[in-house]
Structures are given as structure tokens and as C-alpha cells.
Design a protein around this ligand. Structure first.
Ligand code: HEC
Length: 710
């Protein structure tokens, strides 16, 4: 996954003003750590009590719609902060909290689980799986976690370094801990598990670096493995585990298994109890570039597909491939919503997804047949999806076989993991969408290197196209919007244009409201029908996660995990750096009359660049260093070596850091803080060149600051 960012993001930085009303709310301790916890069962998740949020998307259909209607379009101005809980880490927050009977279970970065009293925010327990910080080098997109699952009285979390852990919901004590990856890097887990009929289902990530994707089911009580489904075929010489795998192998060419193949199931799943089908969203190829991965072509099943499985056995039932032969980091791991829609006079059981590739898909979830697909953002790689074949009609050079292609959307997606929501009251889907283009360029010198990013495309080309016209086109098209989408008519009903892309996941409620946080720290509520922004709160930090709504003692709450971070702040470069956003990882909970306020925001001190080392390199070395930087450093240290505040901004490195550069970059002296060592991956010359590129970037800031001082 990758992207490129521009200065447009920083325009219109209108931060919302804090809201607080005066009514004080009586504090009833509904949940204490001694009290027995409520048992979560399938029946409870299916027929969910409106007060609870029992599963990742609230219910198995993942609609993210709360039937609670105390907070409405008419009283929303009385909504205020009820409590906040400070998370002690400083990296990205992406979790959806689970609420069971007044207790909230939520994760922060490094897969740490927090159990909170959902009425007061008081901490009940905390579980730290002690993820080795060195594992961060395998995480494409920050050391995030999207949440837990709860079943009976256990809480389940997948850890960044590949363990699946069962915890006692009342105490946080470990019940079992299973290795889901046999300690094989570069697998990671960032997604939330789902539990179906007593089986905990978990996938993994790593397809940007090079792995073979799969999902595994474990017995919720014992942790015993029940089945595993590989999303891409292995080496044919070793035989295939199933008919589905043998069929998939016919759609591949070359020796894809030597590079993993990809297809990780790193986020979305949904379940239909009536059809007894588990739906998994499958990711991009390893490497991205189709010409390299599968040189003689082929669709490369089950990459970029929605696959329906029998949850008891993992048996394949059907698939629909949203991007055949994917070559652009186009995952189909985006959030899937199940709904029954009236289409041409008939009630259809549909599955809906807005995958990265920019088309909104409505699929028959009984058989995987395409019902309709229309673009929801700017799309230029395909003109349409053919209704008969279900396949995209690709445009010229979309596969960048004849030079660079300016791609819309980019690998960052027209929509990424940030969950959308469906309201059965308005029959609309609320979709966090964005237009972030990117240039794809074939890498003729590609060599697979285990354990680092292996895309097969030249990232540098994407970050800053030299052609001024292309660059202007990029600049003008970067934006992010909340879209209300009619899935029957396949058209946009309204949009709220944000200041920039990469905004938060969405919640819809029966109070005719839609809630969403933004990259620039606004937490806001919109009228579900008109799209008017009715309320906003200054969260002091960017929000990417999706809000939830729940009730305690009959009082409706809305909560969200706030915290700057995630992939966008890692590689966003100057555009994200200039926002000056700090990570303040916090759970924020709101209710009518809430009168809590956040502590005053610490002023962001203006930083001065120390005098950089003398730049003795010639332009060619700096250019070569730029190439190294975009291949090996950009994904964590940002476009143009400007950091979005999560990793150190290398342009501001101290004289001491420049002196011990090789020990850090080659020797791995900061490995335990998540800075990988590159010995065996980069040569001394390459490290030197990248260093000179950073020095060159540092001088630019230094000279600018010097000019301002004079
Ligand atoms: C997987 C993410 C990741 C990648 C890839 C990465 N870094 Fe880092 N880097 C970090 C983190 C995290 C830190 C902060 C470590 C700490 O807190 O001590 C860091 C710190 C550093 C520092 C120390 C900065 C200071 O001011 O203390 C240098 C120098 C550095 N990185 C250079 C590089 C170079 C050069 C590359 C590419 C060859 C690179 N890094 C690739 C994550 C990464």
C-alpha cells in the first residue's frame, strides 16, 4: 500500500470548536472488574441489543448502524464529551471498540487491549502482548490494531507479530495463545478477529513485502486449529490442498510462490447466518506488479476477491474478483456490508464493497454474481465493469507496460480500511472516499529481497512526477470526501468535502445521524439525509478509526478511538508534516449533556533544523540516494524525507545522529524501537547515497529557515 500526498491537505485547516453542555450526569458504576461478564453468543450477535456493540461491525452483517435514537438531528447540539481515556502509546489508532453490557474492550497500537467501564472510562484491566518492537519493520502501515472479538466470556486479539490470544473478559488474564504464523516474517496481524459458531477466524497482512495469504479458524475454547484456507496457490509440485486451490493455480504463471503471491486477508469479513456463509476480503498481490508476479498473465485467483467459505470447514463456495490480475495494490479487503435491498422490484440478498479500485460493487451474496458496479471516485484505469462478464474494461497502458501511468485511484484506494456504514432507515451507504492519484512505473531492475517492501514498481515516480502537467494534475485532484451513496441506483446522493484525504471510518444511527472523524482532528455529526454538518468537536489529534454507539443505563453514547498515525502520516511527507498534528491516543466518549473537556492542547513548538553536514555529493549521487530512499525508507520516513510526526523527521536529525548514521541504518542500533537495520539489504554505497539525499533535503529546510530568520 502506498500513496503520494500533496500540499492540498493542509488547506482549510478549520479545526472544530469543543462542545460542552452543563448538565452533569450521574455516575453509576455499572462495570467493575469483580463483576461477572455477560456471555456473548451467536444469537446475541445476530439479534443484537441496541445497547451493545458485540461484533466488529456491530452485527454479523457489518452494517455499523446503531438502532439507538436518543441522540437526534434536533438535540445534537447538546452532545458533549462524557469521558476520555488516555492510551499511553504514540502510534496509529484504528480500532473499533466492542461494548458488552457496559464494558468496553478496545485496542491501541502494539496490539495492547484495554477494558474500560463504558460509562466512566475507568480502566478495568489492560493486556499487553509485549510485541517485540523490532517486528515493526514488517508492518507496511504502522503498528496498528483494528480491535478485538468477544465470545462467551473471552476476548480475542490478534497481535502484530502473529499470535492469536484469548483473554478472560473479566480479568484480562491469558487463557490461550496460538502462533498463527509459525514465527515466519514478514507476516503481521492488524485486523480484528471474528467469531462464528465457536470458531475464531483470523487472517494476516504482509503482501507488500511478500507472503502467501490465508485465514485460519481456531476453537474459541481451546485454541485448537480447525481449518486454514490459502487465498493463493502454493508451489504446484507440493500438491494442492483443495479443488479450489487447484483451480486457482490455473490462473497463475511463472514461479509466483517464490515471492509469496500475496492475497492477505488483513481486514474485512462478514457472515450470513441464514446462508451459513463466511465472506472474506482478499488483498493485493506480492509483488504488486503483475508482469513480475505472473509473467505470462492470468487472473491470479483469489487476489483482490471476495471469497465465500463454509465457516465450519473453510470449504470454498464462490468468489468474485473485483480486480483480475491486479497490478496496483488494489485490495478487496475493504469493509463488506450485507443487506437486503429492493432492486428492480425484487428483494435481493446483497453484499456491498467499495474496494480500493474505485468501483462500488453490489453482489448477490448467495452465488457471487455481480448485480451492479459503478465508480464512486475518479477512476481512470478502467472505463467500466462489464455487466455480463463481471470484469473491468481496462484503459490503455493502465498496466504501465508502456511507461508510467498516472493512476486514479492509487494504491491508497478510493476507499481504504476505514469502515463505511449502511442505514436501513435512509437506505444509504456512508462512505469515506478519497481521490489520491499515483504514478505507476515498472521496475526493470526488480529483485525480490525477503523481509522488505517488494512492489516491482518504482515508488519514486509516484511520489513526484517530473512532468509539470502530470504534477499539476496530481495536485488538483487530491481530496477526501464523505459520500452518501444510493446502492440501488448506484449514485451519489450528497457529499461533504473534507480538507484532505484519509478521514475516519463511519457510524450511522437511527437518530438520522452520521458520525465521522477527520485527519485534521474534527469529530463531526452530519444529517443522514441532507449531509449538513450539524456538530463538531476538536479532538486535538487526527482520527482514522470508526465511531460506535452504545447505551449504558439507558443513556446513548457515541465513542471513537482518536489518534494520529497510520500509513498516511508515515508516508504523507511535507503535506502531513505541515499539519503539525501530534499523536494523542485517546478513547473519546460522548453523550447528551456531557460536560467533560480535554486538557489544553500543548503548543507545537516550531522546530529548527540543526546545521546539516556539508553536502559533498554530486547531483547523480543525490538522485541515486533518492531512489534508495523511496525503495527502503519512504514508507516510514515520508515523502521527501518529511515525517508526519510518527517517526523522526530525518531532515531534523542532530549532528550526533548524522555521525552514527551507519550504526543506525546498517547496524540496526535502533532495531528495538522499530527502526530496521539494513545490513545485507543495502550496500555501504547505497546507505551513503540515501544519507546524501536526506542531507540535501535537510539543507532545503535549513536554507528556508535561515532566510526567514534574516
Ligand atoms: C519500518 C519503518 C522504518 C523504515 C523502513 C525505516 N525507518 Fe528509520 N526509523 C524508524 C523508526 C520507528 C525510527 C525511530 C526509532 C527510535 O525511536 O529510536 C527510525 C529512526 C531512524 C533514524 C534516527 C533518527 C533520529 O533522529 O534519531 C535514522 C537516521 C533513520 N531512521 C534512517 C532510516 C533510513 C536511511 C531508512 C531507509 C534506508 C530508514 N530509516 C527506514 C522506522 C523506519
Amino acid at each position: 500500500m502506498k500513496q503520494y500526498a500533496t500540499g492540498l491537505i493542509m488547506t482549510a485547516l478549520l479545526l472544530g470548536c469543543g462542545q460542552s453542555a452543563n448538565d452533569s450526569v450521574e455516575e453509576n458504576n455499572v462495570a467493575t472488574s469483580e463483576q461477572a461478564v455477560t456471555s456473548v453468543t451467536a444469537a446475541k450477535i445476530i439479534d443484537a441489543d441496541p445497547q451493545d456493540w458485540l461484533s466488529h461491525g456491530r452485527t454479523y452483517d457489518e452494517q455499523r448502524f446503531s438502532p439507538l435514537n436518543d441522540i437526534t438531528t434536533s438535540n445534537i447540539d447538546e452532545l458533549g464529551l462524557a469521558w476520555y481515556f488516555d492510551i499511553p502509546t504514540k502510534r496509529g489508532m484504528e480500532a473499533t471498540p466492542i461494548v458488552v453490557d457496559g464494558r468496553m474492550y478496545v485496542t491501541g497500537s502494539w496490539s495492547i487491549v484495554y477494558a474500560l467501564n463504558a460509562e466512566t472510562g475507568e480502566e478495568l484491566w489492560r493486556y499487553d502482548p509485549k510485541v517485540p518492537r523490532s517486528w515493526a519493520r514488517y508492518a507496511c502501515c504502522d503498528v496498528v490494531n483494528r480491535g478485538v472479538a468477544v465470545w462467551n466470556d473471552s476476548v480475542f486479539v490478534g497481535t502484530l507479530d502473529g499470535w492469536l490470544v484469548a483473554l478472560d473478559a473479566s480479568t484480562g488474564e491469558e487463557r490461550w495463545r496460538i502462533d498463527t504464523i509459525d514465527r515466519q516474517p514478514p507476516y503481521t496481524i492488524t485486523g480484528a478477529p471474528r467469531v462464528v459458531n465457536g470458531l475464531v477466524i483470523i487472517g494476516n497482512g504482509g503482501a507488500d513485502l511478500g507472503v502467501r495469504g490465508y485465514v485460519t479458524a481456531y476453537d474459541a475454547t481451546t485454541g485448537e486449529q480447525r481449518w486454514r484456507f490459502y487465498t493463493v496457490p502454493g508451489n504446484p509440485e507440493e500438491g494442492f490442498a483443495s479443488e479450489a486451490e487447484a483451480e486457482a493455480a490455473k490462473t497463475w504463471s511463472g514461479e509466483w510462490w517464490t515471492m509469496g503471491g500475496g492475497g492477505t486477508v488483513w481486514d474485512s469479513m462478514a457472515y450470513d447466518p441464514e446462508l451459513d456463509l463466511l465472506y472474506i476480503g482478499v488483498g493485493n498481490g506480492s509483488p504488486w506488479n503483475h508482469q513480475i508476479r505472473s509473467p505470462e498473465g492470468g487472473d491470479n485467483l483469489y487476489l483482490s476477491s471476495i471469497v465465500a467459505l463454509r465457516p465450519a470447514t473453510g470449504e470454498y463456495v464462490w468468489h468474485y474478483q473485483t480486480t483480475p490480475g491486479e497490478s496496483w495494490d488494489f485490495t478487496a479487503t475493504q469493509h463488506m456490508i450485507l443487506a437486503d435491498l429492493l432492486i428492480e422490484g425484487k428483494t435481493r440478498k446483497v453484499l456491498m464493497q467499495a474496494p480500493k479500485n474505485g468501483f462500488y460493487f453490489v453482489i448477490d451474496r448467495e452465488n457471487g454474481n455481480l448485480i451492479s458496479a459503478e465508480p464512486y471516485v475518479l477512476v481512470n484505469w478502467a472505463s467500466s465493469i462489464d455487466k455480463e462478464t463481471g470484469r473491468p474494461i481496462e484503459t490503455e497502458n493502465a498496466r504501465y507496460t508502456d511507461g508510467p501511468f498516472l493512476m486514479m485511484p492509487s494504491g491508497l484506494g478510493g476507499h481504504n480500511w476505514h469502515p463505511m456504514a449502511y442505514s436501513p432507515a435512509s437506505n444509504l451507504v456512508y462512505l469515506p472516499a478519497q481521490d489520491v492519484p499515483w504514478v505507476h512505473l515498472h521496475d526493470p531492475d526488480f529483485k525480490f529481497v525477503p523481509g522488505v517492501w517488494n512492489t516491482g514498481t518504482v515508488m519514486e515516480a509516484g511520489a513526484a512526477p517530473d512532468d509539470p502537467e502530470q504534477f499539476a494534475a496530481l495536485m488538483n485532484s487530491v481530496r477526501g470526501q464523505l459520500i452518501a451513496w444510493d446502492p440501488v441506483e448506484q449514485r451519489e446522493v450528497w457529499r461533504y468535502q473534507h480538507a484532505g484525504p484519509w478521514n475516519g471510518g463511519v457510524l450511522a444511527t437511527a437518530g438520522n445521524l452520521v458520525f465521522q472523524g477527520s485527519l485534521i482532528a474534527e469529530f463531526a455529526a452530519y444529517d443522514a439525509l441532507s449531509g449538513e454538518r450539524l456538530w463538531q468537536f476538536d479532538a486535538q489529534t487526527g482520527i482514522a478509526a470508526a465511531p460506535i454507539s452504545y447505551g449504558v443505563n439507558g443513556t446513548q453514547h457515541v465513542a471513537v478511538a482518536a489518534g494520529w498515525g497510520t500509513i498516511f502520516s508515515l508516508l504523507g511527507g511535507e503535506a502531513t508534516a505541515s499539519l503539525g498534528m501530534k499523536n494523542i491516543s485517546r478513547i473519546l466518549a460522548f453523550r447528551l449533556g456531557g460536560d467533560e473537556s480535554l486538557p489544553a492542547r500543548e503548543p507545537v513548538a516550531a522546530m529548527e533544523v540543526p546545521i546539516p553536514p556539508e553536502n559533498i555529493a554530486d547531483a547523480r549521487t543525490v538522485a541515486a540516494g533518492k531512489g534508495v530512499f523511496y525503495k527502503r525508507c519512504f514508507m516510514c520516513h515520508g515523502d521527501g524525507a518529511a515525517s508526519g510526526g510518527i517517526t523522526p523527521d530525518l531532515r531534523y536529525a542532530s549532528t550526533e545522529t548524522h555521525m552514527i548514521w551507519d550504526a543506525i541504518v546498517l547496524g540496526g542500533s535502533l532495531q528495538d524501537n522499530g527502526m530496521p537495520g539494513f545490513a545485507g539489504i543495502l550496500s555501504q554505497d547505497e546507505v551513503d547515497a540515501a544519507h546524501f539525499y536526506v542531507i540535501d533535503r535537510a539543507w532545503r529546510v535549513y536554507d528556508r529557515q535561515e532566510a526567514q530568520r534574516n
